[in-house]
Design a protein around this ligand. Sequence first.
Ligand SMILES: Nc1ncnc2c1ncn2[C@@H]1O[C@H](COP(=O)(O)OP(=O)(O)OP(=O)(O)O)[C@@H](O)[C@H]1O
Length: 723
Amino acid sequence: MGLPHTVETSANVKRKRVSEDSPGRTHQSQLQQRRIKLLDSRKQLPIWQRQKDIRDALRDNDVLILSGETGSGKSTQVPQFFLDQPWCGFPGKIAVTQPRRVAAISLARRVAEEMGTPLGSSSPASKVGYSVRFDESTSPSTRIKFLTEGMLLQEMLRDASLSQYKCVIVDEVHERSVNIDLILGFLKQLQTRRKDLKVVVMSATADADSLQRFFAAQLLENTRHDSKSVPNDSQTDGEAEVDADDAPWHGFDDEDQQSSSNIATCHVEGRQYPVITRYLDSPTEDTIEASLHRIFQIHCKEPTPGDLLVFMTGQEAIQSLQKLVEEYALGLTTDYPKMLVLPLFAALPQAAQQLIFQPAPRNTRKVILTTNIAETSVTVPGVRFVVDTGKAKVKQFRNRIGLDSLLVKQISRSSADQRKGRAGREAAGQCYRLYTEEAYKSLDKDSTPEVLRCDLSQAVLTMKARGVGDVLRFPLLTPPPKEAMEKALLQLCELGALDEHGNISPIGRKIARLPLTPALGRVIIEAATPETDCLVEVIDIVACLSVEHIFLAIDTEEGREKASVARRQLLRRQGDHLTYLAAVQAYAAEQSDRRRWADDHMISHRAMQSVMDVRQQLTAQCRQAKLFTTQEAHPATDEATQERIVKCFLRGFSSNVARACPDGSYKTFAGNQTVAIHPSSVLFGRKVEAIIYNQFVYTNKAYARDVSVVQLRWLEEALDGMA
Ligand SMILES: Nc1ncnc2c1ncn2[C@@H]1O[C@H](COP(=O)(O)OP(=O)(O)OP(=O)(O)O)[C@@H](O)[C@H]1O
């Protein structure tokens, strides 16, 4: 007679336990097998031979400036070299900053694999994690954390001393974004009061001499310190108190070159695989046509596997080229491999960005069309060919209109070298430059630091929120013109982020905690006031402004007519902001098939998924900051609410207003510049009293994007409110 079901023999229990444990154990052993396999390739990297020098250099010094060719192994290996160092202690963490989230996430994934540990929050035992805007994936055991520069600056708001880190590695320092320059300044200050903090600065192409001078120069002892502004760990609601342990802030004196830190430099020679560079014989104007030609030439001539990475200027160029490549690929005979075209740009949702890392299916070549976001730190497995158009969209401050705008510009030689470096990472590669060799030689050596070409209001607010009293004396690697700093201070005063003494206000502190520009942050704060009370709606609109365009681009007259019928229910005569709101509300209300809803309305489903993501994150952040007065959404048809919503944008963007002229054009109030409504706007072709816009873009002429109608009296009211 058998045993009743309820009684379990010890053998049964044991068998059951083994089978329950085995998935975890199998996973563990898979991780270890992968680690051992990768160890062989790590040992081939040029940097592997130099690990003792690198360890010794940082053991004996506070700062290490490390240069080495692209692909030599800096980003993946250097953090691992330090983990077992006595100065790093346990559980001392290492932060590694990256300019972009795609690099932060892919590096974290790779280093986790190399260490044989699960990634991020997937297991409490994971030793490698990442943190990017709207996505943090770490565990209690995280030792190495890859994070975007913006996220490190956010962490400094919660913990000015970065006390959880023993070492901060600033990677790709040659990019010289404002955030990198701010981080270098803060770290330099921090090392005066945290003697145990190590700093590593890395790049393939950085100017090591100027970095060395920067870290060697003494900080001034007597700079005014805005004591009220120093945040501390216990600060939760924006009303900061002085952290007693915080030594006064020190300014930076260019004249004084005495060393305050011990600094080591190290250069790693060599790269793993060669990359052949090819140029055009004569220049080309049409980069889309030239890229198309080159892509098919490579595809038809070169064997697979061998994926292609093509550097373009921006989302629109990428989408046009994608369409063309896909159309032409249909005409290829079956003698050729298939093509899988994948776009990559900053506004793409993370899941779509990560598709580029998946291996191409059999007999298929991946063709990745990217902006400069894949220029540094990224290894895309399978890529053997790089096509470089030599151009990028860059933010440039336009003095006449007092605004940042996006311009297409030639890249620098150092960017071109980084792009080339994306080939030849797993095997020998080729880089096709769609410009002549003479043009390459005439490029600027390095990109102009962002502090010299951008609106500095965010940078100044970042400093103020982290306790810098006199921002003009903050240690910046390249000091911007004094007027640019003053202009930023003025703008922040207008937004109410600084008080009349230049100290950060409670509003400024709230704005600094939001992952948005000061102007957009101000819009959110305005929407949260009890009188305005439209935060729910404004979050929806801000989410749309933070992702790729939600309306699919249409380039034919017929298509435009079709779109206006399909989107009729959503279009709002008041402009794009309320149209975006209508779209988000309708999409959110759709419960059965959102993809179909998006197709029916000629809206990008992918963009709407991102909107929903950002919306959720921003809502959570606003809730955390106690900004909600009510939780209720107002009906979008309520006219009073609609007016209040547009007025919120006016509070943040009062300088982005243009009035109609008799000849039908619009002229900006600031700078009296002619601006046209962008064809993508619902207001395109309409004439209204005045407009407000969120973006100023310059292609063949100056365009306002994301536009709404405003009444001039609202502007007067807004200006009165600011006075
Ligand atoms: N995700 C990955 N998949 C496959 N190989 C990878 C991956 N990440 C890194 N590698 C390998 O490790 C090498 C070193 O990469 P790493 O990013 O550390 O170099 P780097 O010196 O920091 O380069 P860069 O200056 O271009 O950022 C690559 O050339 C590649 O061979």
